[in-house]
Structures are given as C-alpha cells and as structure tokens.
Design a protein around this ligand. Structure first.
Ligand SMILES: [Fe+2]
Ligand SMILES: [Fe+2]
Length: 199
C-alpha cells in the first residue's frame, strides 16, 4: 500500500506550458470551487464546532486566490469562459462512503488530497514556466504555500475528529485510489489530469 502521494513527473508541467492560458482560466474555476467546498463543510456539518474558524479562514483565502486568478486573466487579456472540468474531483468523490460519519472522514481526506495535489503541481508549473512565463511562474508559486497549508488544515481536522490511526489507515486507501484515478488520464490540459496528459 503506498504511504504517500504518487509524484507527478516534471514532464507533465513541461507539456502544460503551451496551455498556460487555459490553465489560468481553469484556476479561477478551481479556486471558486475550493471556496465553495469549504463552505459546504460548514453548511453540512454545523455541529462540528471545531470546523468553523479554520474553514471560514480557508474559504476566505480561496476567494482571494479566485480574485488573484481573475486579476491575472484580466492583465493578460484572457476572456473567462466555462471549461469542462477534468474528471479528477468527481472520481475522487466516488470513493466517499455513503454512511456518516465515514463520509465526513472521507470528504476531509479527499479535500486534503486535492489541496496537496494542487500544491505539488502548482510548484511544478512555476518551475516549468520560470524562463518562458516568469510572471505566471510567480503567480503559481505564490499559491503553493497556501494550498499546502490548506492540506494541513483538512488533515488536522480529520485527525482531531477521528484520531490519527483511523486517518492514516484510510489515507493509505485514498493514495491508492488517487494513483488509479491519475492513471486514467482524460488527456486534458487541467491541473489535476493524468501524469502526462498532453505529450
Ligand atoms: Fe487556492
Ligand atoms: Fe486551497
């Protein structure tokens, strides 16, 4: 059983450079979705009092990221348009168990996974774009620390609520599931599509 995140090869980010504009359009969508996901926890689990402050703060940061992405799109003269999402989040969501409180645990872990994968790939994009798109490289690198912190927030809440041992055991299963999801790449230029989707 894998004990950690499967690493994205840097070739993925190289293959994404020609799609820099599209990734930025997608990022505005993803940040908005991330804010909404944090709010959904607050609406769905109002009795989880420990969630309120960290997730309110997290949602606020995601909205700030959304505004940053929109500003970057405007600065570059890129029209925002609705892009079909990669199947990544939906395929991860299919892994959630139906009954509570297992569903809550799984949802927190999937949220942490998406944040972790985002941080990893944003850093790879920043490295790949450093020479050719220095301003965009800075945009991507500017988000990395925050998304990595979000991962820690979701994992921290999961450990607090369910205990470390339960979290670690279920995380192993999620790592395995996520690796499988990424192997079934949709071949789209998206932050969370497969390892080398656009060679
Ligand atoms: Fe974000
Ligand atoms: Fe985030």
């Amino acid at each position: 059983m894998p004990r950690s995140l499967a690493r994205t090869p840097p070739a993925w980010a190289e293959a994404m450079v020609p799609f820099a504009d599209e990734l930025l359009v997608e990022q505005a969508q993803l940040e908005k979705k991330a804010a909404s996901a944090a709010l959904t926890f607050l609406f769905k689990y109002p009795d989880e009092l420990a969630f309120a402050r960290p997730l309110a703060e997290l949602a606020r940061e995601e909205l700030e990221h959304f505004a940053l992405a929109v500003a970057e799109l405007e600065a570059r003269g890129i029209a925002r348009r609705r892009l079909p999402p990669s199947p990544y989040a939906e395929r991860l969501a299919a892994w959630l168990r139906a009954a509570e409180p297992e569903r809550l645990l799984d949802a927190l872990l999937v949220a942490a996974m998406i944040e972790a994968r985002s941080a990893e790939r944003m850093h790879l994009l920043a490295v790949a774009m450093r020479e050719r798109e220095p301003r965009l490289a800075e945009f991507w690198q500017g988000l990395v620390a925050s998304e990595a912190r979000h991962q820690a927030v979701y994992l921290g809440l999961a450990r607090q609520r369910f205990g470390a041992a339960t979290v670690e055991a279920r995380l192993d299963e999620l790592f395995a599931h996520e690796a499988e999801v990424l192997q079934r790449a949709a071949g789209m230029p998206r932050l969370h599509d497969g390892a080398v989707p656009c060679a």
